[in-house]
Design a protein around this ligand. Structure first.
Ligand SMILES: Nc1nc2c(c(=O)[nH]1)N[C@H]1C(S)=C(S)[C@@H](COP(=O)(O)O)O[C@H]1N2
Ligand SMILES: [Mo]
Length: 311
């Protein structure tokens, strides 16, 4: 019998460091800032590829094999940087993600702006391996890093009037000359209870590192039971509102892209089936699962809602 002795490396960072201290620790490693310790320095640039520190593993992780880094970072939808899958990796290379502020406003008691270093202090960073399915019927499995969105929303204290959350991406035509197909800025929305669900993640990294620009740096949403387009990238504004916000895809083609956009193999897109999907890197198609396989956790959000009507 092999008894694995407990090494100090098995301990989570949160177990060995006083809570306040580890929450305040700078997570973007930079030789300069660490050496200077307590001095107040400007936020560290959120450079793609920088290793994220103090990441804990989450139980919200599927056992599916992760899609290779290369595919996750070169097969992208990010229409601000062009409409072909290989465009964003090329055209977002020099996208400036620092400094970056995100404004959280609307029906909240404490509206405020955050910079990325403040976002990183809200809650311990978690790695969560999620299924990620695009409405185009391909899917991936991605080890994202982020915090639950509800941790941010609780800080601003939504009022009783807040029923939905509207998200907006940065749009800078000078940096995005290849933007096409949609009206920009890109917009998305969730019902407040969907936004508060523990699976809904405000994502800052993947594969242990700061998000590559093409994947939505410095801050994006990942909502694993919904089609990928709900995962709005490069967010700079979050607004709590009383009525259902308009979204980019719904505005462009309401019949094709509904507000809910839950992964649902029983509701075809008007121009193609949603029953199966191709996992990037695999040859045979696999059956698409209701709510992308997250039904146990999220089906309750939709009891009493006709999911054929509310697609
Ligand atoms: N701002 C913005 N966010 C966006 C998009 C976009 O074009 N612009 N595309 C969406 C779509 S259709 C998908 S499938 C996912 C793709 O995320 P990924 O490239 O990290 O796989 O991003 C979503 N978020
Ligand atoms: Mo998508």
């Amino acid at each position: 019998m092999i008894i694995k002795s407990r090494q100090s490396s098995d301990l989570r960072y949160s177990q060995v460091t006083p809570k306040g201290e580890y929450l305040n620790r700078r997570r973007f490693l930079s030789a300069g800032s660490l050496a200077l310790g307590a001095l107040t320095l400007p936020a560290q640039p959120a450079q793609a590829g920088t290793k994220l520190e103090g990441v804990v593993k989450s139980s919200y992780t599927v056992s599916d094999k992760a899609t290779p880094y290369k595919d996750v970072t070169t097969y992208n939808n990010f229409y601000e940087f062009g409409v072909d899958k290989e465009d964003p990796a090329v055209n977002a290379k020099n996208f400036r993600t620092s400094p970056w502020t995100i404004s959280v406003e609307g029906d909240v008691a404490k509206p405020r702006k955050f910079d990325i270093s403040e976002i990183l202090k809200i809650a311990p960073l978690e790695e969560r391996i999620y299924r990620h399915r695009c409405v185009e019927a391909w899917s991936m499995v991605v080890p994202w890093i982020g915090i639950p969105l509800n941790a941010l929303l609780k800080l601003v204290e939504p009022t009783a009037k807040a029923k939905y959350v509207a998200f907006q991406s940065l749009y800078d035509p000078r940096q995005m000359p290849k933007a096409g197909a949609l009206d920009f800025p890109y917009m998305e929305g969730l019902r407040l209870d969907e936004a508060m669900h523990p699976l809904t993640m405000l994502t800052v990294g993947l594969y242990g590192e700061v998000l590559p620009n093409q994947n939505g740096a410095p801050l994006r949403l990942t909502v694993p039971w919904k089609y990928g387009f709900k995962g709005i990238k490069s967010i700079n504004r979050i607004r709590l509102v009383g009525s259902q916000p308009s979204t980019s895809w719904n505005t462009m083609a309401a019949r094709e892209y509904g507000f809910y956009s839950n992964v649902n193999p029983n509701v075809d897109h008007p121009r193609w089936s949603q029953a199966k999907e191709r996992r990037i890197g695999e040859f045979f198609k696999r059956d698409t699962l209701m709510f992308n396989g997250y039904g146990d956790q999220v089906a309750g959000l939709y009891s009493g809602l006709d999911l054929k009507k509310n697609y």
